[in-house]
Design a protein around this ligand. Structure first.
Ligand SMILES: NC(=O)c1ccc[n+]([C@@H]2O[C@H](COP(=O)([O-])OP(=O)(O)OC[C@H]3O[C@@H](n4cnc5c(N)ncnc54)[C@H](O)[C@@H]3O)[C@@H](O)[C@H]2O)c1
Length: 266
């Protein structure tokens, strides 16, 4: 631990992990706490959020858990107020939640589209709406938006609504970055590449033909390095964006994908 976030308060959405293992959100929450931040771990699944909070406290860190569905304004408002009530401020707003689904415009139902857009994109609006006034009062803050290389590339299945929702995050992050730069608030996007995370194991096997080991092999083979990334690759990059080391980094769209975005395979 090097105290890179000492004195800071970080709120991470989707900070629990479904099932065993550690997902991107949980890894970020754990790393932020290891670096000295007080953390609010929020999740639609309170047991998952509690489990992250317990893991952090077990390591000697400080963390509270809160239940919040990020597609709901009331939940977003409540979780940010809980953060400020408990810790006095919010320095890092880490928008990690992202649900995924495959299909094109014909396959998608209107309800699926609405859910995807509400959870992945509207949530960025709602969390910003309630967090930015506190950051403005503090005259500092870092908003970290976890998007996907799907925002800018088709990789490798049709993901019409998912890709649209992840692209919307880029535009919203840019708007926040420019509007709030004069008051010391930064907003950046991470384009997540192929990461070996528990949710991928649960959700994507079907897309790759049903065999888990085959799926990991195929995903590894798609990456220029020959292997997928780990959740800690996302956490380490997020840590940089959360810390003052990145104080002049604003409005950036940063792929963390081992170079995958640059690759054309025909
Ligand atoms: N894993 C990958 O390969 C990959 C690739 C591209 C992008 N991403 C992005 O990374 C982010 C994290 O991905 P992950 O797969 O590691 O998931 P994760 O394990 O970090 O997060 C899952 C958590 O989100 C919670 N959640 C789901 N809907 C919610 C809602 N409406 N409100 C609050 N919490 C909710 C779940 O309960 C779960 O605990 C997502 O935005 C995802 O789109 C991941």
């Amino acid at each position: 631990m090097t105290d890179r976030l000492k004195g800071k308060v970080a709120l991470v959405t989707g900070a629990g992990t479904k099932g065993d293992g550690i997902g991107n959100g949980k890894a970020c929450a754990i790393l932020y706490a290891r670096e000295g931040a007080k953390v609010v771990a929020t999740d639609i699944d309170i047991d998952a959020a509690q489990s992250t909070a317990e893991a952090i406290r077990h390591e000697g860190g400080e963390c509270i858990a809160a239940k919040a569905d990020v597609s709901l304004a009331a939940d977003c408002s409540a979780m940010i107020e809980e953060c400020v009530a408990n810790f006095g401020r919010i320095d890092v707003l880490h928008n990690n939640v992202g649900i995924t689904d495959s299909g094109g415009p014909v396959e998608y139902s209107e309800a699926q589209w609405d859910r995807m857009i509400n959870v992945n994109a509207k949530s960025v609006f709602l969390t910003a709406k309630f967090a930015l006034p506190h950051m403005e009062r503090q005259k500092s803050g870092s908003v970290i938006n976890i998007s996907s290389i799907n925002a800018v590339r088709n990789i490798p299945f049709p993901k019409f609504a998912y890709s649209a929702s992840k692209a919307a995050m880029i535009a919203m992050s840019r708007e926040i970055a420019i509007q709030y730069a004069p008051v010391g608030i930064r907003s950046n996007v991470i384009l997540v590449g192929l990461i070996k995370s528990p949710i991928v194991e649960q959700n994507n096997v079907r897309l790759y033909g049903g065999d888990l080991e085959e799926m990991w092999k195929k995903r590894d083979a798609m990456c220029p390095s020959g292997h997928q990334g780990e959740v800690w690759d996302i956490a380490n990059t997020s840590l940089f964006l959360a810390s003052d080391e990145s104080r002049y980094v604003n409005g950036v769209v940063l792929p963390v994908d081992g170079g995958l975005i640059n690759l054309v395979k025909l």
